[in-house]
Structure formats: structure tokens, C-alpha cells
Design a protein around this ligand. Structure first.
Ligand code: ZN
Length: 694
């Protein structure tokens, strides 16, 4: 049929010529030229599906999967039984870790059972889900049709290698670099970056002009902090026309590294953007040290290499780090072996991001990945990291969100034997977030029922490359099904009432917000309390705690306001204005230590707020925390506040209180340089100068 179409519409020789020309240009790396030929060909033959499919392949190869998918879909519009178009779609979806890939591949096979590439794609997806049985059987199906099917051979080899077994399949790859590249891919998505790098090198040794492998080698070297060789490989790929998003963006990222300062200690390397380094450094350094000391004790393990932490003010730079990895929706940080890349507090709207939680989360990955030599299922390392966020401080970490409540209501949690799929190939929007929540709760539950040390036992079991179901049986003495049953009962105990009340709460909280707008204080307090009881975790915009506190203050009921704002903070509320209001009330009541604690929470959320450091520094001066006051006023100065003289003077006072006379004198002089007639600074200068002469 298709051949007749060609004959009728453009005459065999003419069309064949254009097609040959398009292919020749493609081979010669003249992609624009090839694209133009295909465009003309398709225009002259609007009813030809095959041309569109081949044009789609050009787009797919040239890093434009969206346009490729359009062309495949157009081809299917012309010829609904075009197996090659379905195969093309399966490739596009598989690359994006979309759950639609399976379906497209199945459809291709239904139309053309000999299409062994479709079996290879199914094998690949199954192995990404850690379903080795299905992966092996799909690979076998491909090999039954084509005994030399490279991806099928590579999938078999990967199954063995991921289990740390020697594999006869590796020899069957021969000198076909792409086979080694596939093995490398599986190591990388299992977070085994060192072995991934080893196999990309093998791919290049076998096929030196396999530019995709050069690029991925560069990407993964960069992930582990080997910038020099990474740059060389990425540039090489780029210069040879391999210019996918990862290659181009990584090269840009490397170029921007010059904007970073590096601070090293014997155990850590901290990289911060020059424009905010002085303000962030004290908090980051303290938390890195505290997290490492905590995990060292908790996990009974000491890192033998430095942990590197890099914080990006531009969220896009963090996203570049995760290109080509499974869905990282809402990502805040990512860990590659001992290298952590995360958003800087400046990379997110103030109040929306708890950077210390993210740091402790990623830091837990560093330990677990190192302790298991990267042999740990995704759900467990994520679950433990989420567990650690709230184990550190109960008000850290994420609250039960409406998205998660909906998933709980619709019974969407996965059995523990399949939970990894929720991370790699999500089947509904938000499933990745729900999977994080579930994995975190599983670890909470294990710690609560079997003790925290059981989680450490599980780390050691996973280090032996044991599978989830075996670890559950062995460590918890439960069948996975029985574990699921007990776990779901516990989740229901914790969240059942919130889930049940969610629809009513949605109406109620809207009502409370309207009452607040109308100034009806008594009703706000009444109805607000009902809303709180229905969904206590809700501390986002328009939350009941803040509205009630506001109403209480209008009625001059300080005790009621303090109680509400205290609960807001305890539940993890992060809005700076609300927390500052709470601290101010406490301070006015002479509860200085509590006021300090309230404000200290904000340093873990948005430490780039000059007003916060001013308030906190003054509190520390009152409570005798001179060294902490020095920290707060130093950071305040680093943020270049409007009142230059005042902030230098405050720092001078803090230094004087801490007994650092020389520093105090220096800062008093700085204050006077900004405002020569500033009396308090003159007095202080005399004081510290006088005393130092004694
Ligand atoms: Zn994580």
C-alpha cells in the first residue's frame, strides 16, 4: 500500500532520490539539510506514514523527542497499524521513564510480532523497575527472533552484573560499544556511578566514536566531582554534534563554577555561590558537621572520604544534575556517591523550602550509599532519608499534603515488593511524591516497632545485595504481604481521621478564611479550631493556626495567640512573618529563650533575611549568647543591610561581649566610618580601646 502511494504521488525515482538525499545528509551530520529534505518529502506525500516515521527518527536522534512523538502520532493518524510508529513512541516514552512506554511497545508487537526491538524496550523498562524475571523473558523473546539483538544481550549481562555475578553475556557484546553503554545505563540508574563510568569507558574503547557514551561519561564524572576529565569528554561529544540537553547544559554549568567559593575541612568540601557564601557558610558548616556526627554514631560508620556539598541559587542548575535520571519531580537535592548538589535557600521562595531538612536527607544518602557500596533499593535509601528529616527535629520534613491525602483516600500506596516502581515509572501525577511519603513512613514504622537499630541492620542486609522481599522476611520475620497489612493499619491509625475529614475540611477552611476577612473573630476561633482538629498538619497559606492567633490578638487574648502560634511552629509552619510574630510575643513576655528557639527555626528555612539576624542577634546579646550574637551580626553584615553603621555597631557589641576586643574595635571603627557622629559607637570604641590598654 505504502509503495503504491509513493508511485501515485511522486513517482518512484523522484521520491527515492529525495529519501536517499535525506539519509545521506543525515549521515553527513547535515541535520538541517536532512530535515529540509524530509519536510519536502512529507509535503509531497501527505499520506505517507513511513516518511513521517523516518523523519521522526531524525528528530529523536537529534534530541527533540516532542517533535519525534508528534510525527509518530501523525503517522498513526494516517496508518493506525504502523508498528514502526508505535516502536518510535515506545522509545520516546522509555527515554522519559514514562509509564506509557510499555503500552506502545506492546502495541507494536501486536501489529508486528517480529519486531524484536519492542521486546528489547520492554526488557529495558522491566529491568529499570528491578523486575529481573520479566526483563530476562523479554530479552529472550527478542533473542529468539534475532540472536544478535544487542540490547537484549546487554540486558541479560546487566541482570547478572547488578547481582555482582560474572556474566557470559558480556562476551557476546563483542566490540559493539552500545551494548556496554546499556550496561552503564543500568549501573547509573541504580546509583552505582563508579561502575557506570567503568562501562562507559568500555563502550568508548569498543566504539571510539560513540559520542553518546562520551557525553554520559562526562556527565557521570562531573557528578562525582571529576571536573577536568568531565569537561574534556563533554566537549568532545559536543564538538562531534552530540548536543543533547545534558551535554550542552553541563558545559554551561561547568563554566559557571567559577562563581563559587570552596571551603574545605578534613571531612567536607562546601561550595557556595560567591554572592551568598559569607551569609550561608556558618549555617551550612554547622549542619554538615552535626549531621555527620549524628549519622556516624547512629549508623556506626565513619566516612573515609570528604563529603562535598554544593548549593545552587539557580534551581535550573540543580535540574541539570538530574538530566537523564528517573523523574525527580519537586527535586530539592540530589546525591551522587559522596557529592551532594542542592538548592540554595535563595533558589526557592522564602518559607517554601527547609534547606537543613534537605541537607540531612541527602547526607543520609551519602552514608547509606557508601555503606552499601550503592547496593540499596531506591525506596529504602529514600525512605530512610525522609525518616531522618523528622527524626532530627519533628518540625522538619514535609507535612501530610493534600496530594498525599488524596492518594491515601484512593488507596494508592504500593505493596512493599513493588514500591520502587512508584519512583522510577510513576503511573499517575504525584506518585513520586507519594512514594517518598510512603517509603519514609515505612522506615518510621520499622523504627517504631523494631527499633532504630533495625534500620541499620537493614542497611547491612542490602549491602549484601539482597532483595527487598528477602530483607523483609529475614530482618522483620514477616512475609511482605503481612508487613503491608500491618503497615497500612498503622497509616490508617495515623491519618484515617484526616483522610475521612478531608472533604469537610476543604469547605471548613474556606469558611474560616472568609470569616477572618469579615473580621468575625469569635467565629474564626470557633470554626478554626474545628478545622485544626480535622487536619492538624495543615500549616500552609490560609492555615487555621495563624487565623485564630490573629483573632485572639484582636481580642487582646495573648495567651490564646501564643498557644496557637506555638502549635503552628510545632507542626512545622514556615512562614517567617508568623514565626517572627510568635517570637515577638514571647520576648515581650520575657520568655527570651523560647523566643530564640522560635527564631532559630527560621535559620534552617531562609537564612538570607537581614531582619531575622538583627532580631536573633539582639536576643542572644540579652541571654548571654555572645558567640551566637557574633555569628548573627556577622551574617547580617554579609547581607549588606541598609543600616550599615548600626549593624557594624551591633557586631562590635557582640565581639565585646565575647571578649574579642580587637575585633570589637575594628567593627566600632567600621561603624564610625559609615556614620562618624554615631555616639554609641564612639563610646564603645573608647571602652574597648581603654580596656585593652590595661
Ligand atoms: Zn533522596
Amino acid at each position: 500500500m505504502k509503495v503504491f502511494g509513493i508511485l501515485v504521488l511522486c513517482g518512484l525515482s523522484l521520491c527515492a532520490q529525495s529519501l536517499e538525499r535525506a539519509r545521506a545528509l543525515w549521515r553527513a551530520h547535515d541535520y538541517d539539510g536532512a530535515n529540509n529534505e524530509f519536510r519536502a518529502l512529507v509535503k509531497a506525500n501527505p499520506k505517507n506514514a513511513a516518511y513521517r516515521v523516518e523523519w521522526g527518527r531524525l528528530f529523536f536522534e537529534r534530541f527533540n523527542p516532542a517533535e519525534a512523538a508528534n510525527l509518530y502520532n501523525e503517522a498513526l493518524g494516517i496508518d493506525p497499524r504502523n508498528a514502526q510508529a508505535y516502536l518510535g513512541l515506545a522509545e520516546v516514552y522509555a527515554d522519559e521513564f514514562s509509564a506509557k512506554a510499555d503500552q506502545a511497545a506492546e502495541k507494536a508487537l501486536e501489529i508486528d510480532p517480529q519486531l524484536y526491538h519492542a521486546h528489547e524496550i520492554l526488557a529495558r523498562i522491566a529491568l529499570e523497575d528491578d523486575d529481573t524475571k520479566k526483563a530476562a523473558s523479554e530479552a529472550d523473546a527478542a533473542l529468539a527472533i534475532e540472536p544478535a539483538a544487542l540490547d537484549a544481550i546487554a540486558v541479560h549481562a546487566s541482570i547478572d552484573l547488578l547481582k555482582d555475578k560474572a556474566s557470559d553475556w558480556v562476551a557476546r557484546i563483542g566490540n559493539r560499544g552500545k551494548g556496554f553503554e546499556t550496561i552503564a545505563h543500568f549501573f547509573v540508574i541504580n546509583r552505582r556511578y563508579d561502575e557506570g563510568i567503568e562501562y562507559y569507558r568500555k563502550a568508548i574503547a569498543a566504539t571510539p566514536d560513540l559520542w553518546s557514551a562520551h557525553s554520559q561519561l562526562g556527565v557521570n564524572l562531573m557528578r562525582l566531582g571529576n571536573q577536568e576529565e568531565a569537561t574534556k569528554e563533554l566537549q568532545l561529544a559536543y564538538d562531534n554534534h552530540f548536543r543533547d540537553a545534558a551535554t550542552a547544559n553541563y558545559l554551561t554549568l561547568i563554566d559557571s563554577e567559577k562563581n563559587y567559593d570552596t571551603f574545605t575541612s578534613p571531612t567536607s568540601v562546601l561550595r557556595l555561590n560567591k554572592k551568598e557564601a559569607d551569609a550561608l557558610k556558618p549555617y551550612f558548616e554547622a549542619e554538615i558537621a552535626r549531621a555527620m556526627a549524628t549519622y556516624e554514631k547512629k549508623y556506626g560508620f565513619q566516612m573515609d572520604k570528604a563529603v562535598q556539598v554544593e548549593a545552587y541559587p539557580n534551581h535550573g542548575d540543580l535540574l541539570v544534575r538530574t538530566l537523564g535520571l528517573p523523574d525527580e519531580a519537586g527535586i530539592l537535592g540530589v546525591t551522587f556517591n559522596n557529592v551532594i548538589s542542592m538548592d540554595s535557600p535563595s533558589g526557592r521562595p522564602p518559607g517554601s523550602f527547609h534547606w537543613a531538612s534537605t541537607l540531612w536527607h541527602e547526607m543520609s544518602h551519602v552514608y547509606v550509599l557508601t555503606m552499601t557500596n550503592e547496593r540499596v533499593p531506591r525506596w529504602f535509601t529514600e525512605g530512610l532519608a525522609v525518616h531522618e528529616e523528622t527524626a532530627t527535629s519533628p518540625d522538619w520534613g514535609d507535612r501530610l499534603s493534600p496530594e498525599i491525602i488524596t492518594a491515601l483516600r484512593d488507596k494508592k500506596l504500593l505493596p512493599i515488593s513493588k514500591i520502587d516502581r512508584g519512583f522510577v515509572h510513576p503511573t499517575y501525577p504525584g506518585q513520586v511524591i507519594v512514594s517518598y511519603y510512603q517509603a519514609g513512613k515505612i522506615c518510621d514504622y520499622i523504627a517504631q516497632r523494631w527499633g532504630s537499630s533495625k534500620l541499620v541492620d537493614m542497611i547491612h542486609a542490602f549491602a549484601k545485595n539482597e532483595r527487598t522481599v528477602d530483607v523483609i522476611r529475614e530482618q522483620l520475620k514477616l512475609e511482605p504481604d503481612a508487613f503491608d497489612k500491618d503497615f497500612l493499619a498503622e497509616i490508617d491509625r495515623q491519618t484515617g481521621s484526616t483522610v475521612k475529614n478531608f472533604a469537610d475540611w476543604t469547605k471548613k477552611i474556606k469558611e474560616v478564611n472568609e470569616l477572618a476577612k469579615a473580621g468575625k473573630t469569635d467565629e474564626v476561633i470557633d470554626q478554626g479550631r474545628a478545622a485544626e482538629a480535622m487536619y492538624p498538619d495543615y500549616v500552609e497559606t490560609g492555615d487555621a493556626y495563624s487565623l485564630i492567633a490573629e483573632a485572639c490578638l484582636k481580642k487582646s487574648d495573648r495567651k490564646c495567640a501564643l498557644d496557637q502560634l506555638g502549635r503552628y511552629s510545632k507542626e512545622g509552619g514556615r512562614d517567617a512573618a508568623t514565626v517572627k510574630k510568635y517570637a515577638k510575643l514571647l520576648e515581650e513576655d520575657g520568655r527570651l529563650k523560647e523566643a530564640e528557639a522560635a527564631l532559630e527555626r527560621l535559620n534552617f528555612i531562609y537564612p538570607l533575611d537581614p531582619d531575622l539576624h538583627d532580631r536573633l542577634g539582639n536576643l542572644y546579646l540579652k541571654t548571654g549568647g555572645a558567640n551566637l550574637a557574633v555569628r548573627e551580626f556577622s551574617v547580617l553584615n554579609a547581607l549588606h543591610p541598609i543600616d550599615t553603621a548600626g549593624s557594624h555597631y551591633n557586631l562590635a557589641k557582640a565581639y565585646a561581649a565575647a571578649g574579642q576586643k580587637n575585633k570589637a574595635r575594628e567593627e566600632a571603627i567600621n561603624a564610625l566610618e559609615a556614620a562618624p557622629d554615631f555616639k554609641p559607637a564612639q563610646t564603645l570604641l573608647l571602652e574597648v580601646s581603654g580596656e585593652s590598654e590595661k
